[in-house]
Design a protein around this ligand. Structure first.
Ligand code: 8YV
Length: 313
C-alpha cells in the first residue's frame, strides 16, 4: 500500500510522535530549516496534518498541500485550524474532546483555590522560613463564592458541577440560554461579571470571543473579583488585565493561558494575587495518552474508510 504521509506540526507528545512514526511516513514540520521548500518537495505525499494549540493548519498550509485529506488536532480547541478552508476543500477535521474535560475542569477549581487561599504564597512563606517569624495573613473563603462561567460547553459544565460541590451558586453567559440547566443565565457578559465573585473563561476562541474579557468586564468583576482563564489567552485583553491587576481594579487572577505563549507579561510576576501556569490544563499522563489515541484512532479510521471517532468537519 502507498505510504501515507503525515505532517506533525509540533512535538506535542512523545508517545504520539512514536506511534505516528511507526504507522505512517512521518514528517516533523518544526525540524524543517526551509519550510516552504520542504512543503513544495513533499506536498504530494502529505495526506494528513496533526496539529495542536501552538501550530495547526492555516489557509497557507492547506493551500500548499493539495493531497491533504484530514487534519487531526491534538487538542480540543480548533482555533489554529482554518475550518472554513477545510470545509471548502472537503478536508475532514477531528479533535480530542471529552478525554481532557475533567483535567481542565479540575485545574480551574485548583486555580480558584490557589488564588483565593494564596496557596502558592503560603508555600513560599514556609520555604523561606517566614513561618518562624509569624503566621501567614488571613485569606478568603472559596466555598459559597458566586461562580460565573463564560461558555457552558463540556468544560464549562464540568467546572459548574465541581463548584456546586463547594456550595458555589453558578451563573453563566453564552450566546444563547441552555434549556437543559437551571443555572442563572445572563444575557450580557458585563451583567455576569457584575453578579459573580469568580469569572471563569471556558468558551471556544473565535473572532467573536477574542478579547471578550475587556476593561469594562474586568471593572464589572471589580476589586474583589477573580478572573480564571483555562481556555485561550486571546479571550482576555491581556494589556487591560495587567493594568486592572496592577491598579487594583481586579482582585486577582488564575491563568493557565496567555496571549503570546510562552511569553507572560512580567508585570504579573510580582503580584501575589495572581497564579501563573504554563498551559497545563490537559497536562496529565492519562489525558495526553487518551488524546494521542484519539488522534491515532481518527487517522486510522479515515484511511480505513471507517467512521471517524470525533469528527468536527
Ligand atoms: C492542548 C488545549 O490539549 O486541548 C486544548 O485545546 O488547550 C491544550 O490542553 C495541549 O496543550 C496539547 O496540545
Amino acid at each position: 500500500m502507498e505510504a501515507i504521509g503525515v505532517l506533525l506540526m509540533w512535538p506535542a507528545n512523545t508517545y504520539l510522535e512514536q506511534e505516528l512514526d511507526r504507522r505512517f511516513t512521518l514528517f516533523r514540520y518544526w525540524t524543517q530549516p526551509r519550510p516552504r521548500e520542504f512543503l513544495a518537495q513533499n506536498s504530494d505525499s502529505i495526506r494528513a496534518v496533526v496539529g495542536n494549540v501552538f501550530a495547526g493548519a492555516d489557509a497557507e498550509l492547506i493551500d500548499a498541500l493539495p493531497k491533504l485529506e484530514i487534519v487531526s488536532s491534538f487538542s480540543v480547541g480548533l482555533d489554529k485550524i482554518d475550518l472554513n478552508k477545510c470545509r471548502e476543500k472537503g478536508i475532514r477535521v477531528t479533535n480530542t474532546p471529552d478525554v481532557l474535560t475533567d483535567d481542565v475542569a479540575d485545574l480551574a477549581i485548583g486555580l480558584m483555590l490557589a488564588v483565593l487561599r494564596r496557596i502558592c504564597e503560603c508555600d513560599k512563606h514556609v520555604r523561606r522560613g517566614g513561618w518562624k517569624f509569624g503566621d501567614f495573613k488571613l485569606t478568603t473563603r472559596f466555598s459559597g463564592k458566586r461562580v460565573g462561567i463564560i461558555g457552558l460547553g463540556r468544560i464549562g459544565l464540568a467546572i459548574a458541577k465541581r463548584a456546586e460541590a463547594f456550595d458555589c451558586p453558578i451563573s453563566y453567559y453564552s450566546r444563547s440560554k441552555n434549556p437543559n440547566t437551571n443555572y442563572k443565565y445572563h444575557s450580557t457578559l458585563v451583567d455576569l461579571a457584575s453578579n459573580c465573585d469568580i469569572l471563569v473563561v471556558a468558551c471556544a476562541l473565535t473572532s467573536e470571543t477574542t478579547h471578550v474579557v475587556n476593561r469594562e468586564v474586568m471593572n464589572a468583576l471589580g476589586p474583589k473579583g477573580i478572573l480564571i482563564n483555562i481556555a485561550r489567552g486571546p479571550h482576555v485583553n491581556e494589556a487591560e488585565l495587567v493594568s486592572a491587576l496592577v491598579e487594583g481594579r481586579l482582585g486577582g487572577a488564575g491563568l493557565d493561558v496567555f496571549e503570546k505563549e510562552p511569553h507572560v507579561p512580567e508585570e504579573l510576576f510580582g503580584l501575589e494575587n495572581v497564579v501563573l501556569l504554563p498551559h497545563v490544563g490537559s497536562g496529565t499522563v492519562e489525558t495526553r495518552m487518551a488524546m494521542a489515541d484519539l488522534v491515532l484512532g481518527n487517522l486510522e479510521a479515515h484511511f480505513a474508510n471507517k467512521p471517524l471517532l470525533t469528527q468536527v468537519v
